[in-house]
Write a protein that binds this ligand. Structure first.
Ligand code: SPD
Length: 348
């Protein structure tokens, strides 16, 4: 058989198999790895239509789980959504692509005030800020009435077994640090020890440390007080008049989750398009409405319905920019937090 005839036969075989199986050339796929309830699926469908592609979403419930999965060989993701301190760790370990801003024209919309004051990657060299959130407390106002605005709420034995705190070592140790007046990024072991003692006191009254079921639990009445991520709590609070939220007077942690492209991405070109699409102010506004988090895109505000322009999840209260603390990567000192967290977790 000549080479030409061979090639023709191969092309014919491909066409026949496409006819038999009812599909043409397959669409490009973008694999997204993110937190649950964190993207408006209608926008994802619009993106798929606009770029004739398929988006596959996989979720994680903590930065550390996501990181461990990647380290254990998990690959094939094109866009990942880590919290900024974790983006920095991943970048330091050469796990991320250096961003080409010629492919991200909408990055001009990112809030300069956020970049100057809070961002870790101020020049957006390896990450684009996606959503800002803070940790606060939701409680069952119908059952508890008004409660004092303090992390100390977790010391109330009356609610023993009906309260949860986050299964997130930086957030929960951070609450213990703030309660004692320390920085949430301290490297001082004595301060960390004090925070540990505090969290251990609270732990006695908790049902558990949890990142996943607290939303359903506070809504169903199973839990009376929960520490949670702001947007997730507002998704529930907006539908539940019996619930309320408070920002503890000792302060709250602010976190930004970023969009990054892993160095191992199969489809970086589509990843750029995806990230750019979500920075478009109209899309960012729709995404904020869905997630109840704050996209750091000031232009998006004008596309929000009037009644949402003061929503405390979507538009950050001014005080947060001044008083909130953002979780930093602490390099080798992260190990001090992990040690304290292990001690908290194993203690009975
Ligand atoms: N469902 C979305 C949850 C977003 C959580 N952000 C993580 C902050 C970690 N400190």
């Amino acid at each position: 058989m000549t080479m030409k005839l061979g090639l023709k036969l191969a092309a014919l075989a491909t066409a026949v198999s496409a006819l038999l199986w009812g599909c043409g050339p397959s669409k490009p796929v973008l694999n997204l790895y993110t937190w649950s309830d964190y993207i408006d699926e209608n926008l994802v469908k619009e993106f798929e239509k606009q770029y004739n592609c398929k988006v596959v979403i996989d979720t994680f419930d903590s930065n550390e789980f996501m990181y461990a999965k990647l380290k254990a060989g998990g690959s094939g993701y094109d866009v990942i959504v880590p919290t900024s301190y974790m983006s920095k760790i991943m970048n330091d370990q050469k796990m991320l692509l250096k961003l080409d801003h010629s492919k991200l024209p909408n990055s001009k919309y990112i809030d300069k005030r956020y970049l100057d004051n809070l961002a870790i990657d101020k020049k957006m060299e390896y990450c684009i800020p996606y959503m800002l959130g803070y940790t606060c407390i939701a409680y069952n106002k119908e059952k508890l009435g008004d409660i004092p605005q303090t992390w100390e709420v977790f010391s109330n034995e009356k609610n023993k077994g009906r309260m949860t705190m986050l299964n997130d070592y930086r957030e929960t140790i951070g609450a213990g640090l703030m309660f004692n007046g320390y920085s949430i990024n301290t490297r001082n072991e004595k301060e960390l020890e004090k925070a540990k003692e505090q969290v251990l006191k609270w732990k006695k009254n908790l049902a558990k440390f949890d990142n996943e079921v607290y939303k359903a639990g506070i809504q169903s009445g199973e839990f009376l007080v929960v520490q949670g991520y702001s947007g997730d709590l507002f998704q529930v609070l907006d539908e539940s008049p019996n619930l309320s939220f408070m920002i503890p007077k000792e302060g709250v942690m602010i976190a930004c989750d970023d969009m990054v492209i892993p160095a191992s991405a199969d489809n970086p070109e589509l990843a750029y398009k995806f990230i750019n699409f979500f920075m478009d102010p109209k899309n960012a506004a729709k995404n904020m409405e869905y997630t109840c988090y704050a996209a750091p895109i000031p232009e998006a505000k004008k596309y929000l319905p009037e009644e949402l322009r003061t929503h405390p999840g979507m538009i950050f209260p001014e005080a947060l920019f001044k008083a909130g603390q953002i979780i930093q990567d602490l390099g080798d000192d992260n190990a001090k937090y992990l040690k304290v967290w292990d001690e908290i977790k194993i203690s009975q």
